[in-house]
Design a protein around this ligand. Structure first.
Ligand code: SAH
Ligand code: MG
Length: 196
């Protein structure tokens, strides 16, 4: 991986206000990935490829990342970035809406990273559980959404997103097969480990 290019990709994404993963969140996920050394990662929400490029460093040999993005301009930029970072052999982008693409996937993943439309998190969870390996980990970003999720604030215009994020947290918390931690890093991170 080309670290100098990665730095440039990050700077440009921040300049363009693309919501790439925050540094403290990346630090937490990197630690988990380093320990797990996953063979296959599924990412929902590629944007311009920044997080996928970062994660690719922690794959076991021959490992790969499948990542889904519906914004075609971002897909184009992600492809260029992945090439610049010299990790083309490790990242595969699915172009389109994850709601349509996820049900067509038949692979099994060690880690699923959810970082896309907040209103779809309960659906993404269902698909993550379907594709997740035993001992797999589901990581979801932005679950506390600027603090709205844990407050009693209901009138915000993003209330559908908030409702669905609350539902996501409730489901991963009550699922007896998952061990879940909600961290206040970045915009809120849910880490759910499958126990069986
Ligand atoms: N993971 C990236 C940031 C992703 S930002 C990083 O940290 O570098 C969220 C992205 O998800 C946006 O680019 C948005 O276009 C995409 N997205 C949102 N809903 C989606 C959906 N239903 N299907 C596919 N992509 C989606
Ligand atoms: Mg995010």
């Amino acid at each position: 991986m080309n670290k100098l290019e990665l730095e440039k990709i990050k700077e440009k994404a921040l300049e363009e206000k693309i919501p790439i993963i925050m540094d403290d969140t990346l630090e937490v996920i990197s630690k988990i990935l380093k320990e797990k050394s996953p063979l296959k990662i599924l990412e929902i929400g590629t944007a311009v490829g920044y997080s996928a490029i970062c994660f690719s460093e922690y794959l076991s040999s021959n490992g790969y990342i499948d990542t889904i993005e519906r914004d075609l301009q971002r897909v184009k930029e992600a492809k260029e970035n992945i090439k610049k970072a010299e990790v083309e052999d490790k990242i595969n982008i699915y172009e389109g809406d994850a709601v349509e693409i996820l049900p067509t996937l038949n692979d099994n993943y060690d880690v699923v990273f959810i970082d896309a439309a907040k209103g779809k998190y309960p659906f993404f969870l269902k698909e993550a559980l379907r594709t997740l390996n035993k001992d797999g980990i589901i990581i979801a970003d932005n679950v506390l959404y600027k603090g709205y999720v844990m407050s009693d604030y209901n009138k915000h215009k993003q209330r559908t997103a908030v409702r669905n994020l609350r539902e996501y947290i409730a489901e991963v918390t009550k699922d007896p097969n998952l061990e879940t931690e909600i961290l206040e890093v970045g915009d809120g991170l849910a880490i759910s480990k499958r126990k069986n």
